[in-house]
Design a protein around this ligand. Sequence first.
Ligand SMILES: *Cc1c(COP(=O)(O)O)cnc(C)c1O
Length: 231
Amino acid sequence: MSINENYNNILSLVQNAEKNANRSKDSVRLMAVSKFHSTEEIEEAIKAGAKLFGENRVQEAEKKFPSLVEKYPFIELHMIGSLQRNKVKNIVKFASCIQSVDRIELIEEIEKQCAKIDKKIKIMFEFHTGEESKAGFLSFEELKEGVKKATECPHIIPCGFMTMAPFTDDKDLIISSFRKLKDAAEKIKLEFSNLPLTELSMGMSGDFELAIKEGSTMVRVGTAIFGQRQY
Ligand SMILES: *Cc1c(COP(=O)(O)O)cnc(C)c1O
């Protein structure tokens, strides 16, 4: 199957899942996760209609995206991988959102670097809801502290929350991970009602339909669009 066929296939599965969950059309955005895939493959996805991309390593994103964004100004890149402080300066230049914000120190650095270039950037707060890796704020209290910190940063637009479900076939575990994110988001939205915290970024190739049922507003799909990654 070509990238074009894969993309359109996944898009219609996303739309079906929206319908089955009684959610309105276009309430879920499809992100094409292009890590480990070439500029040519990304251009194929753009031609298939993809507008939103995700990368998880700054160095790789830097090689591919500044020129792609110049050539296709309507596309958007989100950073979705764990981010070192010293790489923030580079990524804020061409990403429109950093979804993998998992500590206060990172929020401070994003604010500092965006202030320098006079840019406002969207962020999401990554919450650890059960996957094996240690990514994300580990507790609800820490997550809330992160949101509070972001309210003090004029160059940061906090737009929602992100998580990765555990890699397992156990559907109940996956669902409970998505629910943890949604519950945390609902609680925080009550306290920070002035913030535009509308996004729930959850669901990947193996679990995006479940995620949509559980309220995801953005699914991050790599393998099912581009095929297996060659590490
Ligand atoms: C790689 C990655 C994805 C996409 O995973 P697939 O299983 O290939 O769809 C989604 N989210 C994050 C944070 C990733 O690193």
